[in-house]
Design a protein around this ligand. Structure first.
Ligand SMILES: *Cc1c(COP(=O)(O)O)cnc(C)c1O
Length: 476
């Protein structure tokens, strides 16, 4: 029989926590000093076999042995040579907040179960909404990730703009949304979950900078209407995932207002430009959106998942889920503090504590500074690539997302695709750097998202040197 007194023993916890703190601090030190690899790559099958063996042979060891093993076998996002997917490099202080939050295990659903959470969510979403240029009274909700956030906003849009009360009647009229063909796949997925089908997702072509071609919108709308579709929402990307391109939000807003269409801005990655004096021009027009999504767990150094859905008119969010649950909510009032009325999730973690802790410890400028630092770094890297004749930039970056490839002495296009794929695999297996890839117009590019503010020209130069040294030796 499990001894629960021992399981919850405070002193045992104290000593385990001290050990883990030391392990994590050593990891951070090794990352910043450059001795830690970004990744020690193992194939899925090898990894699975390894852990299956661990699971099948439970040897009662100190739990820190397990923690150290997990650390060794994970990707190391704190390495300044980690330049891969767009996830935050968590500020250590936010990790402490996350530990606190986990132990408390309060929930955001109803005020009593998360009294701190509901207040902080209101304060932070109101603060952020103002930065987006929304009116004074605007605020939003916190949800688990940009994908769920955009689905939530799309549900709000449908509740408000669809001709039928879809919540009760189901989809009666064929409904559609408009979105750039370069948008994150979560918009397509949300639309399909909502029953819109392929024809309900009008994909707007992009220009050579991968921005929505807004001059096509009126014609596309007319064509959809003539086929009996009711377009209820348009989604702007701020920015796109693959290339970091910002749609022209002012033009999208003008179109949306004229045609009584909900404007949603997917700012999961780049909505944070609104916090920067230097870069806020990129999101000009965002203030006209009806809803905006921003991930705290991408650009803002907060561990996953923590996402804000901001509503220009906060009353709109009370229409998303027109549902009663008498065991949870005493009434149907539009109270700001029982957030479960407005979020998809019921039990919901208080990830806002991580955001608030960072602001508390470093002040609001920490957010502006991280955006400026990372976006500046993107520009620096682009210049380094342009100056190096062995490399080619896919396009001038607007953000910290940079797509480029090795061209050497300019071989055939198909050979270059194969060569750059091999380069990417070589980088992965070496493990000192971590970069990803994307295909743009059938061209294979290496892709970095520079998420670590401790990455400098030194590491970026080393990456180019590494590729330039390895590529000529490769056979394709
Ligand atoms: C990352 C991203 C998403 C998805 O957000 P998650 O938090 O990963 O669910 C959606 N849209 C864009 C533009 C993104 O960059």
């Amino acid at each position: 029989m499990t001894d629960f007194n021992q399981l919850y023993d405070a002193e045992r916890f104290r000593s385990q926590a001290h050990l883990l703190a030391d392990t994590l601090a050593d990891y951070l030190k090794n990352c910043t000093s450059g001795t830690e690899k970004a990744i020690q790559f193992e194939t899925p099958d090898a990894m699975l076999a390894n852990w299956q063996q661990d699971f099948d042979n439970p040897a009662p060891k100190a739990v820190n042995t397990l923690f150290e093993k997990i650390l060794a076998q994970s990707i190391h996002i704190h390495s300044p040579r980690y330049m891969g997917h767009q996830v935050a490099v968590p500020a250590p202080v936010t990790v402490l907040a996350a530990a606190l939050e986990s132990l408390l295990n309060n929930s955001g659903a109803i005020h009593e179960m998360g009294m701190t959470i509901s207040s902080l969510e209101k304060i932070i979403t109101q603060w952020f909404a103002k930065k987006l240029g929304f009116p004074e009274e605007s605020y939003g909700i916190i949800t688990s990730g940009g994908t769920l956030a955009s689905l939530t906003a799309m549900l709000t849009a449908r509740a408000i703009k669809a001709p039928d009360a879809v919540w009760t009647t189901g989809n009666q009229t064929p409904l559609a949304i408009m979105v750039s063909e370069q948008a994150h796949y979560c918009i397509d997925r949300a639309a399909r979950i909502m029953g819109l089908g392929t024809k309900g997702i009008i994909k707007v072509p992009v220009n050579d900078r991968f921005q929505m071609r807004t001059e096509l919108l009126e014609d596309l709308l007319a064509a959809a209407r003539s086929e009996g579709y009711h377009v209820f929402a348009i989604v702007g990307s701020a920015c796109t995932t693959a290339t970091g391109s910002y749609d022209n939000l002012s033009e999208i807003a003008r179109f949306a207002q004229k045609n009584n269409i909900w404007m949603h801005t997917d700012g999961a990655h780049g909505g944070v430009a609104a916090l920067s004096e230097k870069y806020k021009h990129l999101v000009q027009g965002i203030e006209h959106s009806d809803s905006v999504v921003v991930d705290f767990h991408k650009m803002l150094m907060v561990p996953s998942l923590s996402t804000g859905v901001f509503y220009r008119n906060p009353k709109d969010s009370f229409h998303t889920f027109a549902q009663q649950a008498s065991y949870l909510f005493a009434n149907n009032d539009e109270d700001w503090y029982n957030t479960g009325k407005r979020t998809f999730e019921c039990t919901r973690p208080g990830t806002i504590l991580r955001v608030y802790t960072l602001l508390y410890a470093y002040g609001a400028t920490v957010f502006q500074d991280i955006v400026d630092t990372l976006y500046n770094l993107g520009k620096t890297f682009a210049v380094m690539i342009q100056r190096n004749p062995a490399f080619e930039l896919a396009l001038e970056p607007e953000t910290n997302i940079v797509c480029f490839r090795y061209i050497g002495d300019k071989q055939e296009a198909s050979a270059l695709n194969a060569l750059n794929q091999q380069i990417r695999q070589c980088i992965l297996e070496d493990g000192r750097f971590y970069v990803v890839s994307t295909i743009i117009a059938e061209v294979f590019y290496l892709r970095v998202a520079l998420m670590n503010p401790l990455t400098t020209e030194k590491e970026l130069g080393e990456l180019l040197d590494f590729v330039a040294a390895k590529a000529p030796l490769m056979r394709i």
